[in-house]
Design a protein around this ligand. Structure first.
Ligand code: NAP
Length: 512
């Protein structure tokens, strides 16, 4: 069985020991192993900062943007191979793989294009200079300069491709070297992409590194000027926040965590068809393993029965099983461990809610008994105020709960019981209601996706994190912020106020 090596200090290094094994979640076969045991993380970070960071900072934004475009080309050229790895290691159907793999190329290309328009000067002026003395004799100019530390990118198992590049693209464009630490269960795809990009020799040595597994010193060897961008569960984020490098030394930490997102139908029920279509899509894409997936469906009381039935009828038609089978529309969960966690979550909700569509009766089209496939489940509760569990429980699979609301204020209050989510979507035709709902939901959601029939054909999907839009949410969602165009670069820059004479301030941009 192949062992995936780690790429640090400009060379591939195999970890010691047997390491952790990666499996095919449908066939149950072992695919590869990973180990980062014995990797010297202090030396790895030093090399990244000193070689990678220095080389990246010598380039302009536009030059770094050009490197991103070249990376996107390499990924595009190897697309078929990535689809195959995804099929084997994540158990995904082609449409789901596209979100991850093609989403990576799109995101990289988007940042390449944005970056190509940035000024070639290495200073990012932040606003105008503010006068600190009479006649502007002394003034304050804010600047954004690239961080000189290293960015540790810790990712979740559900997006082994996009999860890396949506973080790495703004980091590299900013001139900051990255160390990727993919989730172990699906690390193969991330590893293969990094290998292809390293072999293509596009990026300066030390700027793109990867460790697979959990090396000693992953957090300890960071210093106070480094960054950690984390995606994963709220529990892991809470553990990492306690780490002395973050809690005490000031390592900047961005967390994208789990979220009990909602979809809201307008009080007249005019958006019912649009909502039903999107809920079914969200329940089935990547088998519901999306941090942005719809977990709660809020509908007016009068629509509860009809919408429940419409969703259930559509779920009835979804074929679940081995993605190698052409007739299968929804593939597997990523691992046996994940299947166990999802089945436990289903049991928990089943103890408190009505079962509206019971995927446990859906035949699974997979030959191996070891498959990690789970069919969609739709729960319902007519008492959304009394069922705290449905607002707090993220079952990270094809599971959602529908609930009735009395009036818009009640709906917004229920949405807020998610205690901060990545995304809410709203469906209807009345622009006044849609806009009011958007503003009411914006405070507790990083993104509000508003759909009427006018945009039905062009909309980008409730769960798709587009690089143009903010990705992240307050409270339980981690309090983080990613993407959103150039806003993503702020995390990889430091803000400083330069207080000086106008003549000196003018020199800040001289030659740019
Ligand atoms: P997880 O168990 O929290 O793991 C996330 C990452 O953290 C993995 O790379 C994991 O490595 C690493 N990790 C765990 N403990 C660590 C520690 N003590 N020190 C350093 N690294 C550590 O989450 P997951 O199970 O992979 O992903 C599912 C969760 O992620 C769901 O709750 C989902 O909502 C959330 N998620 C959120 C977003 C978002 O953008 N908000 C996106 C995707 C997923 P190992 O794999 O080696 O354990």
């Amino acid at each position: 069985m192949k062992k995936l090596a780690n790429y640090v200090q400009g060379r591939w290094q195999e970890g010691t020991g047997e390491g952790a094994v990666l499996f095919d979640p449908v066939l149950g076969t072992a695919l590869a192993s990973v180990s980062a045991q014995g990797i010297d993380m202090a030396a790895a970070y030093d090399f990244a900062r000193e070689q990678g960071g220095a080389a990246l900072r010598k380039l302009s934004y536009a030059e770094r943007a050009d490197l991103l475009a070249q990376v996107a080309q390499v990924l595009q050229a190897n697309r078929d191979k990535y689809y195959d790895i995804s099929l084997q290691n994540s158990g995904t159907v082609k449409n789901d793989t596209a979100v991850d793999v093609d989403g990576s190329v799109y995101t990289l290309s988007y940042y390449a294009k944005l970056g190509s328009k940035l000024s070639d000067g290495q200073l990012h002026l932040d606003g105008e200079a503010d006068s600190l003395a009479k006649d502007k004799a002394f003034a304050s100019q804010h600047v954004q300069v690239p961080v000189r530390g290293v960015a540790l990118l810790i990712n979740a198992f559900n997006f082994p491709a996009w999860g890396l590049w949506e973080k790495a693209a703004p980091a590299l464009l900013s001139g900051v070297p990255v160390v990727a630490k993919p989730a172990t269960a699906t690390a193969w795809l991330t590893h293969e992409m990094v290998k292809d990009v390293v072999e293509a020799g596009i990026l300066p040595e030390g700027s793109l590194n990867i460790v697979c597994g959990r090396p000693d010193g992953l957090m300890d060897a960071l210093n106070g000027l480094d960054l950690v961008s984390f995606t994963g569960s709220a529990d892991t984020a809470a553990t990492l926040r306690q780490h002395p490098r973050i809690q005490h030394d000031g390592v900047r930490f961005n967390a994208e965590t789990d979220s009990v997102n909602c979809a809201l139908l307008d009080p007249e029920g005019s958006g019912a068809d649009l909502l039903v279509r999107e809920v079914v899509r969200e329940l089935t894409i990547k088998s519901g393993q999306k941090c942005t997936a719809i977990r709660r469906i809020l509908v007016p009381q009068a629509s509860y029965d009809a919408v429940s039935k419409a969703i259930a009828d559509k779920l009835q038609t979804i074929s679940v099983g081995d993605p190698r089978n052409e007739s299968v529309r929804m593939g597997s969960l990523v691992s046996a461990q994940q299947k166990k966690a999802v089945l436990e979550g289903i049991e928990l909700l089943a103890g408190h809610c009505d079962v509206i569509f019971d995927g446990r009766n859906t035949p699974i089209q997979a030959e191996s008994a070891d498959h990690a496939c789970v069919a969609p489940m739709l729960f319902g509760t007519r008492d959304p105020d009394g069922q705290a569990l449905v607002h707090e429980t993220e079952v990270f699979g094809p599971v959602a709960t529908i609930m009735p609301y009395r009036d818009p204020e009640h709906a917004y209050a229920l949405a807020r019981r998610g205690m901060g989510s990545l995304v809410a979507s709203v469906y209807g035709e009345d622009p006044v209601f849609l806009a009011q709902a958007a503003l009411n939901l914006a405070e507790s959601h990083g993104r509000v996706h508003v759909i009427n029939s006018e945009v039905a054909k062009v909309q980008t999907g409730h769960g798709n994190a587009m690089p143009q839009s903010n990705h992240g949410g307050p409270g339980r969602a981690g309090g983080g912020q990613e993407l959103g165009g150039l806003r993503a670069l702020a995390f990889y820059h430091r803000l400083a106020a330069i207080q000086a004479s106008p003549e000196v301030l003018a020199q800040l941009t001289a030659g740019s």
